[in-house]
Design a protein around this ligand. Structure first.
Ligand code: NAG
Ligand code: NAG
Ligand code: NAG
Ligand code: NAG
Length: 964
């Protein structure tokens, strides 16, 4: 590594146990509770509840049969009375335990679907009810008010159930409650309204309302400070601010855990604190808008174990003020101002933190100097994050002695020297570590997160590798040159949710996949053979296998993947017809799916560069969410379906070039209001261009920002090794082949800025409809190589965003409309080989376009500059080629089309060749701004930078309004 190169990002062995603990906890609580004999009426009530469940993927209710309901899993009866007193149906694999909840947006991967039957009311003695993580709400389904009738409840957990609308105020009747969890994810539609009913729940010890919008509850501080037994209060992401007034009477003298992260708190003034500084153990204020100086009064919180202030604008943070923090385990200060030498900062921390501190995040805090060699005195550090500072000098070898360290980020500094295995006894800096596979991994057994992407590893996958990663939930080895054969099955990776193996040299067949897998990317490898008939992973949402050597047909198992959103099998050797996905498909029966559940979630189907055949895929009629369909370069035949507009209302990109489609362009196609890119080039389409183009509203409005881009999705990446909740999303971009200006290019997320119509190389006749001029959002228009007649529409100049216009090789006659010179964005124009006549308009952009001869060649009667033919004189034949189209000229010109100069710079920002998808860790939004300003230097990096998502509980497909 050169002296100026900054050390790469390092991320290693996250020995996280959150998920595993959560599961074992769940199982411990379940079990056949009590021995009491089941009461018939209660058994009936439970069976009615079961009847309301339409889907139970984890088979939580499998044991619910037989007479003794007390022995059913999740049901607990009282030994004395026999009544059901506990119902614990928390979704398995749902990442939650007592203090932390992580809500997925939408359905928890393994949660039940259905509704809560009011028959449960028969369980009059219920004390404990936990339904968290199950999708028993949904659009139009609020939390049922009858839940307020379980008067004996002491424990109620309804977190992450996706209810709609208001919280029922009847919850205020549950006066015995000690534990109430209503956390949800932030983007949901729940509007809690006035929650003053909380004041009746005077026994509460635990309250979690994270993610609920409580902005309208102005007196929330008074409300919660009235709950005098409260120990844990979690109000992350509730839109709350801390009132600028001293708290009158605070009854809470036992509050130990307070989470106000991701809110609108703007002050850290001790005068407004409502908690008791002596009892508070965990204070989470990260991702707020706190400005101002770091208060000395912080030092009075002597019990503090966790302090997270990251993502604020606090100045003058001084470690001296923390000198009483002897129990400090976790200190997170990223994106505030420390402005100190690192050694000075570390010296200011009390001695006792040397054994207590587990997590230290000082990313983007403007710390300077070198990393002190005595950093290893903090021997229990598991996570040390120093990204984006002004650290310089060598990386001390002592870091290698920190045997507990499992996460180290040093990226974005001015550190120099190389990182060698000597530095890392138990972990390693990945980049430029190669070419060998990191041996330190061998023997690791508790990894649950492994990212060694882009580390320059050029080696075989060692035998022991799969044993090491058998418990990971996230595995990323992408962008290396790792070779070796994939095992026949990965089912032993029972916890895996995300596997990113893209851009390596892996061979073999697609393995059987882990049961809970959601995202799989093995693109750009050397997989071969056919896809297995069934390959597991019923919850897959993204399956990306592009650029491999996979052959055979696409199995009908695809139809059974009901959560699948992105399917990219492009650039393979697949052939045959697509599956029909009809009701009776075998795969579906195998999976026990109800036969009428034909709807699929697909939003992107990307199959280009294969040998697929058959008609336009019928099963797409069940894919209402489909946004992008890319079937180019295959052998599809037949007519385009007329159901397209009705069944695919969201379709935005339709790429069908280089197929054998025939028939005419269905008028229904022009009703696709979201269609932005329509490419039918190189087919056998005949008839005329439908004149009713006004229905293509997305081509009229131009850029729309409220748009979900199926090519962009997020990975969750935990920040801290022992808290899966605290993480951020890494934005992931797929790329896509698009043809513009005669060149095939790969586009990524910026595809949404492309608006185009390409009907080139077909058999279309008739006139170019005048209405084309209404599609003012167009950037690319190509009708070349057809039999179009008539004139160029007079108003074509209204298309002022068009960058590329190609009408060559038609039979268009008349003059070139003078409005053409109004097309200010034009950088590529081709009108060659038509019957155009008269004077060539001049002005603006037209003068700057490339070779004038190739633009106008083959039009006998055109005259005036830039041609040498004079308009006033008699019509003469110039030295230009003769008008008949020989095969030869066709060929030569075809080559020339790809060679375009013009205003290429305009497009640089959009262009991206598919190589690796680098991900960058961005510790702060401030930092991100500075990254954005350096975009022009490294546009590829820009596309792949990771995007911190502000709210830790947010999730889901990103709508691409950010970026440019
Ligand atoms: C109920 O019975 C079970 C098993 O017989 C026993 O483990 C449990 O402690 C009993 N609970 C009470 C409250 O008596
Ligand atoms: C919940 O998670 C926290 C943090 O990981 C842990 O300290 C605590 O023991 C867990 N609780 C249970 C009941 O598993
Ligand atoms: C929260 O609710 C308030 C009004 O109650 C509303 O103005 C605001 O937009 C909501 N915030 C979010 C993020 O929905
Ligand atoms: C810390 O608490 C003590 C005792 O209540 C108080 O006298 C002192 O002013 C506090 N320190 C700060 C900096 O607020």
């Amino acid at each position: 590594m050169g002296p100026s190169s900054s050390c790469c990002l390092v991320l290693i062995t996250m020995i996280t146990v959150a998920m595993i603990t959560a599961n074992s906890y769940v199982h411990a609580q379940r079990g056949s509770g009590g021995g009491g004999k089941c009461i018939a009426a209660e058994r009936a009530a439970l069976l009615s509840f079961k009847a309301g469940i339409t889907r139970d993927p984890a088979k939580l209710l499998k044991s619910w049969r037989g007479d003794d309901c007390c022995s059913w899993s999740g049901v607990r009866c009282s030994n004395e009375t026999g009544h059901v007193v506990g119902l614990d149906l928390r979704a398995a694999f749902f990442l939650s335990n007592e203090t932390f909840v992580w809500c997925f947006s939408g359905v928890a991967p393994n949660g039940m679907l259905g509704e809560i039957s009011s028959s449960l009311l028969a369980l009059k003695h219920l004390k404990h009810l936990d339904l968290s993580g199950n999708y028993l709400g949904g659009v139009g389904l609020p939390m049922p008010s009858f839940l307020g009738s379980f008067k004996s409840l002491t424990y109620l957990n309804l977190a992450c159930m996706n209810f709609d609308g208001r919280l029922p105020p009847q919850l205020g009747n549950l006066s015995r409650l000690q534990h109430l969890n209503l956390a949800t994810y932030q983007e949901n539609t729940m509007r809690p309204g006035d929650v003053s009913w909380l004041r009746h729940l005077g026994l509460l010890r635990f309250l979690d309302m994270s993610g609920l919008n409580l902005t309208s509850n102005g007196d929330w501080v008074r409300l919660v400070t009235g709950l005098s037994y409260l120990k844990v209060l979690q109000l992350g992401g509730c839109g709350l601010s801390l009132p600028h007034e001293p708290t009158a009477h605070s009854n809470i003298s036992s509050l130990e855990i307070l989470d106000l992260s991701s809110n609108r708190v703007d002050t850290i003034n001790p005068a407004y604190w409502f908690w008791d500084v002596r009892t508070i153990r965990e204070l989470q204020l990260g991702r707020n808008q706190i400005t101002g100086p770091f208060p000395a009064a912080i030092g009075n919180m002597t019990s503090l174990e966790v302090l997270t202030l990251g993502g604020n604008y606090i100045s003058g943070v001084k470690s001296e003020m923390m000198k009483n923090f002897c129990n400090l385990r976790w200190l997170e200060l990223w994106s505030n101002e420390i402005n100190q030498d690192m050694a000075e900062f570390m010296e200011g921390l009390p001695r006792c933190t040397k054994s207590s501190l587990h997590i230290l995040d000082l990313s983007a805090t403007n710390i300077t100097g070198g990393i002190p060699s005595w950093i290893n005195h903090w021997s229990n550090l598991r996570s040390l994050q120093l990204s984006a500072n002004k650290l310089e000098g060598l990386i001390p070898l002592e870091i290698g002695k920190m045997t507990n360290l499992s996460t180290l980020y040093l990226d974005n500094n001015q550190l120099n020297g190389s990182i060698s295995e000597e530095h890392f006894a138990s972990f390693i800096c990945t980049r430029q570590n190669g070419p060998q596979f990191p041996l330190w991994l061998k023997g690791q057994r508790d990894l649950d997160y492994l990212d060694i992407s882009d580390a320059g590893i050029a080696d075989d996958l060692p035998d022991w590798f799969w044993a090491v990663v058998s418990k990971v939930d996230y595995l990323n080895i992408s962008c290396n040159q790792i070779s070796g054969k994939l095992p026949a099955t990965l089912e032993f990776m029972t916890l895996a949710v995300t596997l990113d193996l893209n851009s390596n040299r892996l061979t073999g067949l697609l393995p059987q996949l882990p049961q809970y897998l959601q995202t799989l990317d093995i693109s750009n490898n050397s997989l071969s053979g056919p896809l297995p008939l069934m390959f597991g992973a019923p919850m897959l949402t993204q399956l990306v296998l592009s650029i491999n050597k996979i052959s055979g047909t696409i199995p009908s198992y695809i139809c059974a993947l009901k959560s699948l959103e992105v399917l990219d099998l492009s650039d393979n050797f697949l052939d045959g017809k697509l599956p029909r996905c009809s009701n009776g498909s075998e795969a579906k029966q195998e999976l026990n799916m109800s036969p009428d559940s034909t709807q699929m979630q697909l939003s992107a189907l990307i199959l280009y560069n294969n040998d697929l055949s058959g008609k336009f895929p019928e099963f797409l009629q069940h894919c209402q969410e489909l946004t992008l369909l890319h079937l180019a370069h295959s052998k599809f035949v037949g007519e385009l379906p007329i159901w397209i507009a009705e069944k695919l209302p969201r379709l935005s990109y339709l790429q069908l070039r280089y197929n054998l489609f025939s028939g005419s362009i269905p008028v229904q196609l022009t009703k696709l209001e979201n269609l932005r890119y329509l490419d039918l080039a190189y087919n056998r389409i005949s008839g005329s261009i439908p004149p009713i183009l006004g229905g293509l509203k997305a081509m009229i409005q131009g850029n729309s920002t409220k748009y979900t881009n199926p090519l962009v999705w997020n990975y969750y990446r935990p920040r801290n090794p022992n808290d899966f909740n605290d993480g951020y999303y890494v934005k992931y971009h797929n790329s896509l082949l698009v043809v513009v200006k005669g060149q095939e290019l790969y586009y990524t997320s910026t595809l949404i800025y492309m608006v185009g119509l390409d009907f080139s190389c077909n058999n279309l006749g008739g006139d170019i409809p005048e209405e084309i001029a209404s599609l003012v959002g167009l950037k690319n228009l190509n009708f070349s190589h057809n039999h179009l007649t008539g004139n160029i529409p007079e108003k074509i100049g209204l298309l002022r965003y068009v960058e590329s216009l190609d009408l060559s090789f038609n039979m268009i006659s008349g003059e070139i409309p003078s409005s053409l010179s109004d097309m200010a964005s034009l950088s590529y124009l081709n009108l060659s080989f038509n019957n155009l006549s008269g004077r060539i308009p001049s002005g603006n952009q037209l003068q700057t376009l490339g070779d004038p001869e190739s633009i106008y060649i083959g039009n006998y009667y055109l005259c005036g500059p830039p041609l040498s033919r004079n308009c006033s004189g008699p019509e003469v034949t110039t030295g230009l080629l003769e008008g008949h189209r020989t095969e030869e000229t066709y060929f030569h010109l075809g080559l020339a089309v790809g060679f375009v100069m013009g205003l290429w710079l305009v497009f640089i920002g959009l262009l991206f060749l598919k190589t690796c998808r680098f991900r960058y860790f961005q510790p702060s939004d401030k930092l991100q701004d500075s990254i954005q300003t350096s975009v022009l230097k490294t546009s590829a990096e820009w596309f792949h930078r990771s995007q911190r998502i502000q709210n830790k509980k947010g999730q889901g497909q990103a709508s691409v309004s950010e970026g440019t």
